[in-house]
Design a protein around this ligand. Structure first.
Ligand SMILES: Cc1cc2nc3c(=O)[nH]c(=O)nc-3n(C[C@H](O)[C@H](O)[C@H](O)COP(=O)(O)O)c2cc1C
Length: 200
């Protein structure tokens, strides 16, 4: 499908056919995520693939959104909080900056600054990366004839416990995916003029 059609035809899909999604198709979705850009190419986004009926039902109990438990597949988008933590931050002070190019110096300074970010700044950055990655999946799903819907309304603690995730992972969103069993009309969007804040 061409890009214009994908962008125009994508909808949040909340009703799915029972048909299961093949492993090769699931891999194509995850491949779209893998190709997403990320800050300093650190690639902090991870997915839990939930395809067993039993686990999907359990996930459904972690959210008040009713259709999650009826999807044939749920992708759980997570971020690894350790990605942007420098393991060798203390060693930065030992680097001989006089031997580095201006660009190398800037990268090291930026990485050092980032390793000192407070938790909320770090989380905002991780969420930014997750958003890009997951939207790649959403658009690839349309390309493959699938529908999906971003879900943010869920109990993070319950989901983490249910999936037995280590502390380093934070759950950002659930993405129920399936073959659409509805054709929602396009939801309204603001005008182009409103999107453009100013042209300088
Ligand atoms: C970050 C984000 C969170 C969302 N969370 C939910 C959600 O918890 N439940 C839900 O039914 N839809 C959710 N949606 C879907 C939006 O309601 C939907 O994208 C919006 O109404 C526009 O409709 P469209 O996607 O069909 O164009 C979410 C979308 C985004 C981008």
């Amino acid at each position: 499908m061409n890009m214009e059609r994908i962008l125009k035809e994508r909808r949040s899909i909340r009703k799915f056919k029972a048909e299961k999604i093949s492993d090769s198709t699931i891999n194509e979705l995850i491949e779209a995520a893998r190709l997403a850009p990320s800050g300093s190419n650190k690639q902090p986004v991870r997915y839990v693939i939930v395809k067993s009926d039993e686990m999907i039902k359990e996930l459904g109990e972690c959210t008040s959104v009713p259709f999650v438990s009826k999807a044939p597949l749920v992708l759980v988008c997570c971020v690894d909080k350790k990605t942007y933590k420098l393991s060798n931050a203390s060693k930065i002070d030992e680097i001989d900056f006089s031997k580095l190019s201006e660009q190398e110096k800037a990268v090291i300074e930026y990485n050092k600054k980032r390793s000192e970010w407070d938790d909320s700044t770090l989380m905002a950055y991780l969420y930014l990366n997750a958003g890009i990655s997951l939207e790649h999946v959403v658009l690839k799903a349309v390309d493959l004839g699938l529908g999906s819907c971003w879900i943010r309304l869920f109990d993070v603690v319950k989901v983490k416990r249910m999936l037995k995730l280590e502390d380093r992972y934070e759950v950002v969103a659930l993405l129920p995916v399936g073959y659409p069993d509805e054709e929602p009309i396009a939801r309204p969007r603001i005008d182009l003029e409103e999107v453009i804040l100013k042209t300088l």
